[in-house]
Design a protein around this ligand. Structure first.
Ligand code: HGY
Ligand code: MN
Ligand code: MN
Length: 430
């Protein structure tokens, strides 16, 4: 894959990421914990506002908490805009690149286009979407789902974090008026296409020895909450035969979730979060809540798999004298990115492979409203949602260059520059 000769004139992607590397470090889990509306995440939003302001972009935060940084500062009405960007929030103990790489690359891509003297024939914006991970309020891509009307605003307002704070209360505490969240067709009408750059959350590019890929599809995925109720009691005075312990039921159910998922090719089912109530060392829990993440390319298989999990949980819970109830928190069908936009990117990034992803993104949510596409940047470990996520500096710059070439082509700018840079697959130092 060739990239243009012009180097970023000001910041580099790795330099911008270095600026924020201190924000939201998680000393206990390792990596980063930047939940929406946390100090870390609001500090990152402030950092983005400052960076966008430095570039003379017209910045505004909409009623759903999405930040839009527009290249053209004068336009009153904007239509058919080319939008790029990503998210700044993280999973607990997440990596450095999941989200911020796309935001930093968008800033550097703007630098590159300005350095080329591009005069966009369409509006261009960088967007930063809140709560993409759904780590605090449980619904992934909360901001883009509100924007597109996919998530009912009343349901959003009632969402609670682990401490029982509602989204509405936390939004008010952070200066966002929850009364006005919800579908925003005026903003949607301004948008033409959305191209999101993201760290690859897998080893496809490593195995292909390429720095950048174009996205083809996003695996369908859903999240369910399973509550198992038993009899809370004293750890010392309750004989083993007299127990209705939801922790035991939960343990057996989690193993059966894994075993059930193994029966469906390409299926993934994960329990990454479990909460005993009340959660005391010397207390038999009265209830256990656990969250299940299920993914499969075929939405009907996802449905069959979660139904099998639900039935099995009922039987296993009753064997332990407990009861179980399953509630769906979010569900996204498999998304195939717009073929025309994907093929246009293939023209603009000759030689870039096309890869699917098992990870969800705002680009997936927006795809039901406007043509969307993704670019993935090589991750030598292939690991994500972990401190072990990695992008080599050189690949980060190659990603920004590829994004700039893509945006230039979509904005009607000059074609990509002459081939340059070290041979594909070379690594930066360190
Ligand atoms: O969960 C996901 O796939 C994404 O990282 N939010
Ligand atoms: Mn992400
Ligand atoms: Mn993620």
């Amino acid at each position: 894959m060739t990239t243009s000769a012009i180097k970023p004139t000001t910041d580099s992607v790795s330099g911008l990421l270095q600026d924020i590397a201190i924000i939201g470090r998680d000393k206990t889990r390792g990596g980063y914990s930047r939940p929406v509306f946390s100090t870390a995440e609001t500090d990152l939003r402030d950092w983005f506002l400052e960076q966008a302001g430095r570039r003379g972009l017209d910045v505004r935060t909409d009623r759903n908490g999405i930040i839009w940084a527009w290249w053209d500062t004068s336009a009153r009405t904007r239509r058919d805009a080319v939008v790029t960007g990503s998210h700044l929030d993280s999973v607990p103990g997440g990596g450095e690149y999941d989200g911020p790489l796309g935001v930093a690359s968008a800033l550097v891509a703007v630098d590159i286009l300005k350095a080329r003297g591009l005069r966009p024939r369409r509006p261009l914006a960088i967007a930063v979407f809140p709560e993409e991970e759904g780590s605090r309020f449980g619904v992934a891509c909360l901001g883009s789902r509100l924007l597109t009307g996919e998530l009912d605003p009343d349901k959003a307002r009632r969402l609670q974090d682990q401490d029982g704070n509602t989204f509405a209360d936390v939004a008010v505490a952070n200066g966002q008026d929850p009364r006005f969240i919800g579908a925003d067709y005026k903003t949607l009408q301004q948008l033409g296409v959305f191209v999101e750059l993201h760290v690859e959350q897998g080893r496809g590019l490593v195995d292909l020895n390429q720095p950048v890929a174009i996205g083809s599809s996003i695996l369908g995925h859903g999240r369910w909450k399973l509550s198992i109720s038993g009899q809370g009691n004293h750890a010392g005075t309750t004989l083993m035969a007299d127990r209705k312990d939801p922790m035991i039921a939960a343990a057996k159910i989690m193993v059966s979730i894994r075993d059930t998922a193994r029966k469906y090719r390409d299926a993934r089912a994960t329990v990454g979060r479990l909460q005993p109530v009340p959660g005391g060392t010397n207390v038999i829990a009265s209830r256990v809540d656990l969250w299940i993440d299920v993914r499969h390319p075929d939405d009907s298989v996802t449905a069959a798999l979660i139904e099998a999990i639900r039935l099995n949980a009922q039987v296993t819970a009753s064997e332990e004298g407990c009861r179980s109830s399953l509630t769906m928190e979010s569900l996204s069908p498999t998304v195939h990115f717009d073929g025309g936009l994907r093929d246009r990117l293939k023209e603009l990034l000759p030689g870039a492979p096309v890869l699917d992803t098992g990870a969800g993104h705002d680009a997936g949510v927006l795809s039901s409203h406007i043509p969307t596409a993704m670019l993935f940047v090589r991750n030598p470990t292939g690991i994500s949602h972990s401190p072990d996520e990695l992008v080599e500096d050189w690949d980060a710059e190659a990603g920004a260059m590829a994004l700039a070439d893509s945006l230039a082509g979509l904005l009607g700018g000059p074609p990509a520059g002459p081939p340059a840079g070290p041979p594909a697959g070379s690594r930066s130092s360190g």
